[in-house]
Each structure stands twice: as C-alpha cells, then as structure tokens.
Design a protein around this ligand. Structure first.
Ligand SMILES: [Zn+2]
Length: 321
C-alpha cells in the first residue's frame, strides 16, 4: 500500500471515529462500534480527582472514603472497563454513588443505564432528561445532522435540577452549574473547589472548532459567554478537564473564547454585508483561524454553526448564574 493510500485510509478512519466519538450521540450507533480495543487511561488531576479517557467524552472522578462520584460515563460497552479502572486505583471499595452528566449527548451519557443498573444515581440538568427521553435531531442547523432515538428508561437521570446542584461527598462540595445555551441547552459545568478542578463538558473542547448543537438549543455566543464567565471566576491555576482532549488550563480556555468571539465577529460582519453562507465559505472568511479547522468541524461547518447561532439566538446566555 503506498503512503498516500495509507494516509487517506487512516484519515478516513480518524474522521469516521471522530464522527462517532464527537458527534456520535446515538447509543445505537455506538453499539455498532468495536469497543473491545479501547483502554481506559487514568490521569491523576489533583488530590483525589482523576480524569479517565477511553472513547467519547472525558470523565472526571472524585474517589475517596465516601465512595465515587463521576462526571459523564462515555459509552455503555465501556462501563465495566470504567468500573475496573476506578477499582484499580485502590483507593476505595465503595461503588460509584453518583453520575453527573454534563449534557445529553450519547458519548457522555451512553453509560447511564449500566451505571444506574449497578446502583449509581444519575443527576443532570432538566433539559438533559427531556432530550434523552424524547430523542430528536441534533446538529449545527446545517450540514451536521444526527437523528437520536429516545433513550431507555434506565438511562434517564433520576435527579434533575434547573440551575445548580451540589453533591457533598469526599470532603468536597461538587457543584454542577447550568449554562443555558452553549453546546446544548442543558449544559452543566462541574466544579471541584477543594481540589481546584473543573470539568467543562463540551462547552470547552480541544479538537478544534467545536461542534455546537444549535438544533438542541446551543449557540456559539452562549458557549463563549459561559466559558468567559467561568474563566473569569476561577483561580488562575485551576486544572481544566475539557469535554474532549487533554487536561488544560485557563489560558487554553481563554484562547478558545477569543477564537469563538473573533470568528463570531467575522461571520456577523459578513452577515451585515448581506453575504450568504455559501459566499462566506467561498471567500474563506475563517481562514485567519484555520489552525482550528478539524476533521469533524472544519471551517465551512463552523461558518454554518456561527451563522445559525446568530440567526437563532438573540441573547441572554448566562441569565441565572
Ligand atoms: Zn456533546
């Protein structure tokens, strides 16, 4: 096989994998994936907080004498491996008592049913339960579009909250705070104040231009507002767990916010000049930010995302924080 074929095949594979992993919201789709080769990588973040990576969204875990609290749970077929990785830490024999979902997408909630079936209580924002229950269409309002089936009853969060909720375990006040219109309309950022760690969910990711689920109430302005608000209030040495990608810091979040704001301004300017989305793509108006263009969300898809955000969401993004 010549190099070019290999590269083409590998990049097709990566694209397919990313599509399933990042956008791969449907549990049905996930079950067609081969998870047997996925290994769970555990990183100690700070004190008794760990980050787990396998396939799908990053997991945060508070592991201590009271038991385990995890944030997000990847895909159902990985639940046993996640449980095993937590046990291998040798910190506690106690179970995963709570799972907190950062949002409803299947690469973050796919393990809800198996964790619930083994005794965990799943907690999420009101809109997470609603969207899991009904299913629907997720997407950027343009060419990224995915049909989602209603989730099984066992996967539905048992405890939901509108604004915020706090789980008091392992000597920590683990707080989930809702931001209304970022990656989706049900996003929560999860704070571990004692250990100075935050899990951003998919309001902050490291794979380039972010997927924003405009079809599920998300918007680029809401994502920027949420991340700007959070980064302005956290200690400067806070450890940041992104929805996808490696452990980060506040400078990474600020660079991300800056990119969101600058690209939004560029699309807004083009809209003010009455340009169509096709013209914006032809003129490559996001070329100055092309280093953010990724396999899953390239510059053209991000133009659609920003355009649809600006068209659908006039404002009010951190209303009750
Ligand atoms: Zn997501």
């Amino acid at each position: 096989m010549c190099n070019r074929t290999l590269v083409a095949r590998v990049s097709t594979l990566i694209a397919a994998f990313l599509f399933v992993m990042v956008s791969g919201l449907s549990v049905a789709r996930a079950q067609n994936q081969d998870f047997s080769k996925i290994e769970i990588k555990v990183t100690k973040v700070s004190g008794n907080i760990y980050m787990l990576q396998g396939a799908g969204g990053n997991i945060a875990a508070s592991v201590g004498d009271d038991g385990i609290v995890i944030v997000d749970d990847q895909f159902a077929p990985l639940a046993d491996k996640i449980q095993a990785a937590l046990k291998t830490l040798g910190v506690t024999d106690k179970p995963v008592r709570f799972v907190i979902n950062t949002h409803y997408h299947g690469d973050h909630t796919g393990g809800n049913a198996p964790f619930a079936n083994s005794g965990s209580t799943v907690i999420a924002q009101d809109n997470v339960r609603k969207r899991l229950q009904t299913g629907g269409v997720a997407g950027n309002g343009g060419s990224v579009k995915m049909e989602l089936k209603p989730a099984d009853k066992a996967a539905l969060p048992i405890i939901t909250f509108e604004h915020d909720v706090t789980v008091h375990l392992n000597g920590e006040d683990i707080r989930a705070l809702h931001f209304p219109a970022g990656h989706t309309d049900g996003d929560a950022v999860i704070f571990f104040p004692k250990n100075n760690v935050v899990h951003m969910g998919d309001d902050f990711v490291r794979y380039g231009f972010p997927f924003i689920d405009v079809a599920s109430g998300g918007s680029v302005q809401g994502m920027a507002a949420a991340m700007e608000k959070v980064s302005s209030e956290l200690p400067k040495d806070v450890k940041v767990i992104p929805g996808h990608g490696d452990l980060s810091n506040l400078d990474d979040v600020r660079a991300f916010v800056q990119m969101l704001k600058e690209t939004t301004a560029a699309v807004q300017k083009a809209m003010n000049e009455h340009k169509t989305v096709d013209q914006m793509k032809q003129e490559k108006i996001l070329d100055p930010w092309k280093k953010w263009s990724g396999e899953f969300v390239d510059a053209d898809k991000f133009i659609e995302t920003v355009y649809n955000s600006l068209t659908n969401h006039p404002g009010d993004f951190v209303k009750h924080n």
